[in-house]
Design a protein. Structure first.
Length: 72
């Protein structure tokens, strides 16, 4: 099950797809990329990852500097 949270860009609240490792990463990325504007893919990744994945992201984020590298 994918957990959802709300996030705001300017005055508009949207549901942000989040990833907790239960579904496949490719399925998550397709949903994430369709729900979030391309300009914000990289910047909102902090909010999208949960639990162990969030800890992994925090330790590796400095080495993954853009969306293309993150997607790999």
């Amino acid at each position: 099950m994918m957990i959802r949270s709300l996030w705001c860009i300017t005055n508009e609240a949207r549901e942000l797809p989040t990833y907790d490792g239960v579904i496949g990463v490719d399925e998550f990325l397709v949903e994430f990329e369709s729900a979030v504007s391309e300009q914000q893919w990289y910047s909102v990744m902090d909010w999208a990852l949960r639990a162990t994945l969030a800890r992994w992201w925090k330790t590796h984020q400095k080495n993954i500097v853009n969306w293309r590298k993150c997607r790999k």
